[in-house]
Structure formats: C-alpha cells, structure tokens
Ligand binder design. Structure first.
Ligand code: SF4
Length: 332
C-alpha cells in the first residue's frame, strides 16, 4: 500500500477540503471528476469548476464524461430513486466503481471522498455509505477525511499511511465547520459549495420520465433539449418546445436537427417553437395555436409559419390561440 490516492472530486467545498487534508499529510492525490448533462453547478458547468478548483489545490485532474453509461443507472437503479429521478445510492456505487478502475490505472492505493455523514438524505446515511462501499468493491479502501471518526478505520489508516488523529468528525447539513476549515486551510473560491443535480428537480424528472416512456431509444440531443423551454407532449411520438426567452430560443435552434419542425408567428413578436417527432396535420395545427397563445397576438388569431428542417421552405397557417385548459392538458 502506497501513499497515493484517487479523490472523487466535484470541485465543491467538501471535496476540496478532503483533498487539502490529505495533501497536508503528504498523500499524492489524483482528482477524478465525473461529467454528466445533469450537473448544474455553475452556468459554465461543473467541469469548469472542477478544473479551477484542482488548479487551486495544485492536483492533477481527470474528467470522465459518463452520461451515456450513467443513463443505464438512472433508468433501473437497484436501490431506487429519490424524490425525483435521482438514483443516489446507485449513482455513488457507479462512480466509486469508476474510481476503483482509475485507482488501479494510476497505481494508487485508496480513494478519498468529501462525504459528510448525514449531509444528503439518500446517499450519505451511514448504512447507505456502507452499502456503497461494499458494492463498489472498495471495502476498507475509502478515506473520508471530513467524517472519518464516525467510521471504522480504513486500511490506509490501519497501515499508518493516513494519520487518523488528523481526520475529522463533521456531520450533518450545516456547513459552518467546513467554511471555518476552508478559512483555516486557505481554501478559497468555492462557488459550488453543495453541488447541483438536475435529477433531484421534480419538473426535470417528470420530463425525463416522459422521454424514457415515449422514446426509449432516445439520443443524447433528446436529453440536452429536456433542459430548456416550455414542453408539451402533443402526441405519443412528438413534443413541442417553446422558448421562454431569447436564450432558450437560441438553445432550441442550436439543438434542432433534420426532421424537426421550426415554428414562428409571422409579423408578431413570438418565441421560437420546435416540434420533434411524428406529427399529423392536427398536431401541426395544435402546435400553431399554442404558438399563437405565447406570442404577442395573445387573444387574436395570427399567421404562423413553419418549416421542416433542413428545408428552408416556409409553410403557413392561420391559427387562433389555444385555450388555457388545452395548453394545461399537454404541458409537461
Ligand atoms: S444528487 Fe445526483 S449526482 Fe448526487 S448522488 Fe444523487 S443522483 Fe448522483
């Protein structure tokens, strides 16, 4: 067993502190960050935050993009979902298994995490932490510098590679001790103290469930587009997206692909509409009427244009605004 470890690293405060405590004990740390489309740490993304934080700590960083593989975990988690589509226990098992592989690749001997007992309701309860450790095949090989005192000594602690007396006993959701510790250790600039995950969001989870139910053979772009705009399930095989602002209109256009329908209201300010999937004339007419409702035409009828990508040929139809009750019945 050597003094080299892999750290699960979100770039948030807890994982930064865990690394810092290990560096102070002379451990060589290699940070490992996982990237999925569900991470919402900063507007620039988690990878940006992790890169910045690793630089501040002076440790090398490996970023793994795991969205595709991770979706299998999201769909069928052995330990179930939380309040949303978040499969926290299975998610942790999955990332710990990846960390184990990386640990072997790097010739490291153990894994460090910023886990704090009791901080997260699903994955940081004591029995959940123990299940995760066992199922990931890392039994005895995980050092949790912030909460170590609540657990049996790990193998590196028993071997004297890590000094248990210098590990901590932080627990619970309050972050007062971590913030004080950050000051003491000179850890600055941690804009993502708790991390963020879209899978815990009810609205996003409903849209994800809807996608998995109606389009099990989804593509990555179907996941990306779930994050933006108002969304309507207009039939079993098609959805309408309508931007809520300029940024979302641009996002819809950037996510568009051949076969998508792009809607606009002629000569009246309106958001962009995008329909993806198989539609009938009736669905096109429904989409047009929803478009009019969200345009400045409000209660008047208006002329709506649409094109089927990649064609630029515009087609037109006159539509009245959809009733609120109709809109509510299709909205996701
Ligand atoms: S909140 Fe999201 S990222 Fe965090 S453990 Fe749960 S599913 Fe995984």
């Amino acid at each position: 067993m050597n003094k080299k470890a892999v750290a699960l690293f979100s770039g948030g405060l807890d994982s930064m502190l865990a690394i810092k405590l290990m560096l102070e004990q002379g451990v060589e740390v290699h940070a490992l960050n996982f990237l999925t489309i569900f991470c919402t740490c900063t507007s620039k993304g988690c990878m940006h935050q992790a890169t910045k934080a690793a630089k501040e700590l002076g440790v090398p960083l490996k970023v793994m993009n795991i969205t595709k593989e991770y979706m299998e975990v999201v769909k069928n988690p052995k330990y179930g979902h939380g309040r949303g589509m978040n499969p926290c226990i299975d998610c942790r098992i999955f990332t710990f298994k990846k960390a184990k592989e990386f640990m072997k690749e790097m010739g490291a001997s153990f894994v460090i995490t910023g886990e704090v007992l009791g901080q997260r309701p699903m994955s940081q309860r004591k029995n959940a932490i123990e299940i995760i450790e066992k199922e990931s095949g890392l039994k005895g090989l995980i050092v949790r510098p912030l909460s170590a005192k609540f657990f049996e000594p790990s193998l590196p602690e028993k071997a004297g590679i890590v000094d248990r007396d210098r590990l901590l006993d932080i627990q619970g959701r309050q972050r007062i001790r971590q913030i004080a510790l950050a000051e003491e250790l000179g850890v600055n600039d941690y804009p993502c103290p708790a991390g963020g995950c879209l899978l815990t969001d009810k609205g996003f989870s409903n849209r994800l469930k809807d996608l998995l139910e109606h389009k099990p053979e989804y593509e990555l772009s179907d996941l990306h587009i779930l994050k933006t705009a108002r969304q309507f399930r207009i039939n079993k095989k098609a959805k309408l997206f309508i931007g809520r602002n300029e940024r979302e209109n641009e996002q819809l256009l950037s996510f568009s692909q051949p076969g998508d329908y792009i809607f606009d209201v002629v000569d009246i300010p309106s958001p962009i509409g995008l329909v993806r999937g198989e539609v009938t004339e009736k669905d096109i007419s429904l989409s047009s009427s929803i478009m009019v409702r969200y345009s400045d035409a409000k209660s008047q009828s208006a002329k709506v244009s649409y094109k089927i990508l990649p064609s630029e040929e515009l087609r037109f139809m006159q539509s009245s605004p959809a009733l609120e009750s109709i809109i509510a019945s299709f909205r996701l």
